[in-house]
Design a protein around this ligand. Structure first.
Ligand code: MSP
Length: 664
């Protein structure tokens, strides 16, 4: 019973901004798998949703001046609309703010606390709010230090800034389960796909020693409160991972779906950046809860742009709705699935996007259909001849290529390698186009004796397109249906046992086939996509109006007359020395344009341990300050310096400014 139950999940997305083609990629990839498995006779449950708690969301809502709940409600509507536009066949859309989910998360937390898999401790570390993740110093991409070399901050691998956070926290006893996890990895070497990722996880995170994980926060409130200590909210990743179980009814009265699908085949698809959470924390959580572990974790790479990661500030973000509105849905689904190689990143370029539509969709596939429909109309009045094997010299080869393509397609779909699965289909398309050239139907048509050969060619072309239409169905539903409609046949409803020779009898093609893909003006469309990408770049909306600027002052405002009283001049440092008995004061001899040099004492010794470097520098002094004595020495003015935080710097001027020049 369990064998044909298939559960597929996307990560639940942070609704912290409009979703771009990256999130669309994962969601379409899971949709393709869900549709493929349904066509292979599986009972499928496809889950997607939103990860709505956490500090980032709380901040975003505050920025928008609304409550977090209002904020996520709005985003959830938008995301659902997007999935509708992309024709995503999900069975459930979970939101971590759903009541049933929050209840189970709180219960699970208390259960783990009771069984001592969670305990209370203290956490300090570098925290990135955007990633909702702590980092050790060595994990940081860049480290900021003060003059004394002390680390004051840094940048996480994601490019976000981190801050030092120290708080009381609950911890999940990962360390206790490390050995069990390693044993599980050994027993199930294909748990993580593609191969090789598991080794990275073991090497980077398990071998160095698996530390217990901080699983609660007190620094913000937008989350599931810990029932027995509500100033803590459950760490967003624990909350989020549990969605895969709660969505099916785990811990709830109605848990039929959980029993059915969690005991079937469970696949999680995730981006490489969140593999650690899914390959370590999630299996361990499941062990703690005595639940079976998933069958597979599929980790994919990222869609990046020529100039690196997609980011609004770079003006290189591509949104799926823009592409769908302009070119239709199927090209987007095709492009995303065909272009991201398994196990590595892929680069999105407008050139590639438009190119694939023109060459692979409009040319290779669209033309094949057009020519076929036109020829069946021309030579057989629209009636498709009955399929017969081995009539022309090329039939056997076409049949073999078709059989190989079908087998390869299934193999690659099982491996969730879409670029290769589609490549297999396009091998058949290319072979079929070549078959037209080889058999030259326009010549066969001139010879009445070649009528049966011409008939065989037509039926082979239709048969091949029939196979293609079925194989592409999980990827391009509209195109698949359009091809079958133009060929006058029904959809098979199953991809099992698909074969070239199984062409139904008595088919009639449409009288006039419409092109299934538009042919695009390359330059124009490339320019259009680039324009749209650049349009997403945030503009500085507010005009600078100096009269509206609110100044920050450290002291009271003064009148110009008050300032006029102060005489500031340029003075050259002739000599400088430490004042005996003081570790603060330096004693300067300065040429300020007077007949004779003057002496000023300044409390900056700490900031200039090599005070001799100041000799020859031109500084700014207040020249008309009443002289006073300091540590028994006369001080005839004050040297100006800039203070910021703990640092102090003397204000120097260019060497070309004569001594005694008045500053004002
Ligand atoms: N909320 C967590 C997931 C919790 S799952 C229990 C999260 N959300 S996310 O919105 O930041 O990312 C969701 C997914 O989108 C990740 O798998 C991530 O890898 C993927 N992608 C984000 N940008 C991407 C690209 N540019 N390309 C492909 N996938 C990308 O992490």
């Amino acid at each position: 019973m369990t064998e044909k139950n298939f559960y597929i999940t996307t990560p639940i997305y942070y609704p912290s901004g409009k979703l771009h083609i990256g999130s669309a990629y994962t969601t379409i990839a899971c949709d393709v798998l869900a549709r493929y498995k349904r066509l292979m006779g599986y009972d499928v449950f496809y889950l997607t949703g939103l990860d709505e708690h956490g500090q980032k969301i709380q901040t975003k809502a505050a920025e928008a001046g609304i409550t977090p709940q209002e904020y996520v409600d709005g985003m959830a509507d938008e995301v659902k609309k997007l999935w509708e536009l992309l024709d995503i066949s999900y069975d459930k859309f979970i939101r971590t703010t759903d009541d049933y989910h929050e209840t189970v998360v709180a219960e699970v937390f208390e259960r783990l606390l009771a069984q001592d898999d969670i305990y209370l401790g203290e956490y300090s570390g570098w925290y990135s709010v955007s990633d909702e993740e702590f980092f050790t110093e060595s994990q940081l991409e860049e480290v900021f230090r003060d003059e004394a070399g002390k680390v004051t901050g840094g940048i996480a691998p994601s490019g976000h800034e981190v801050e030092w956070v120290s708080e009381e926290s609950y911890f999940l006893r990962l360390s206790k389960y490390a050995n069990r996890l390693v044993a599980f990895f050994k027993e199930r070497p294909d748990f993580i796909q593609p191969d090789g990722r598991m080794n990275e996880i073991v090497k980077n995170f398990i071998e160095p020693g698996l530390e217990d994980l901080a699983v609660s926060r007190t620094s913000f409130t937008w989350g599931v409160p810990v029932p027995s200590n509500p100033k803590h909210v459950v760490y967003v990743w624990i909350d989020a991972l549990l969605n895969y179980a709660t969505a099916l009814g785990y811990g709830q009265v109605n848990h039929a779906n959980f029993d059915k699908f969690w005991n079937g085949t469970v696949f999680h698809m995730v981006g490489k950046d969140i593999l650690r959470f899914h390959s370590i924390y999630w299996p361990i959580l499941l062990m703690m809860l005595d639940l079976p572990l998933p069958e597979r974790l599929i980790a994919h790479g990222w869609f990046v742009m020529k100039d690196g990661k997609m980011s609004k500030s770079k003006g290189n973000v591509v949104y799926p709705d823009m592409l769908v509105e302009r070119y239709g849905l199927d090209p987007l689904r095709y492009y995303l699935m065909r272009s991201l190689p398994v196990g590595s990143d892929g680069t999105f370029t407008p050139e590639d996007y438009v190119g694939r539509i023109n060459y692979e969709l409009a040319n290779d596939l669209g033309n094949l259909l057009n020519r076929t429909v036109a020829m069946v109309n021309k030579y057989f009045d629209g009636q498709v001849p009955t399929y017969a094997e081995n009539v022309t010299a090329f039939d056997a080869d076409l049949a073999q290529v078709a059989a190989e393509a079908i087998a390869e397609y299934h193999k690659q779909m099982d491996a969730v390698d879409y670029p290769r699965a589609l490549e297999a289909v396009w091998t058949l398309i290319a072979r079929t186009n070549k078959y037209i050239d080889e058999t030259a139907p326009w010549l066969l048509a001139k010879d009445e004796d070649k009528r049966s050969e011409l008939a065989a060619v037509m039926s082979h072309l239709v048969a091949s397109l029939r196979v293609v239409a079925h194989l592409i169905e999980p990827f391009m539903m509209t195109t698949s249906a359009a091809i079958l409609e133009q060929l006058g046949m029904e959809k098979a409803n199953s991809l099992e046992n698909l074969a070239l020779a199984d062409l139904p009898a008595d088919l009639r093609v449409v009288t006039k086939g419409q092109p299934i893909f538009p042919r695009l003006e390359m330059d124009e469309e490339i320019a259009y996509i680039k324009e749209q990408m650049a349009a997403g770049k945030p503009v500085v909306e507010k005009e600078w109006k100096p009269e509206e600027v609110e100044l920050t002052l450290n002291r009271k405002e003064i009148k110009f007359d008050d300032f006029e009283k102060v005489e500031i001049r340029v003075a050259e440092v002739k000599e400088v020395k430490k004042v005996e008995g003081s570790d603060k004061l330096l004693q300067f001899r300065l040429d300020a344009g007077d007949k004779e040099d003057r002496q000023i004492l300044s409390g900056i010794a700490k900031y200039y341990p090599n005070e001799q470097e100041l000799v020859g520098k031109k500084v700014q002094i207040v020249a008309n300050l009443k002289p006073r004595k300091m540590m028994g020495h006369i001080s005839q003015g004050m040297i100006l310096s800039a203070e910021h935080g703990d640092s102090v710097t003397l204000l120097t001027v260019d060497a070309s400014v004569p001594n005694g020049s008045v500053i004002g």
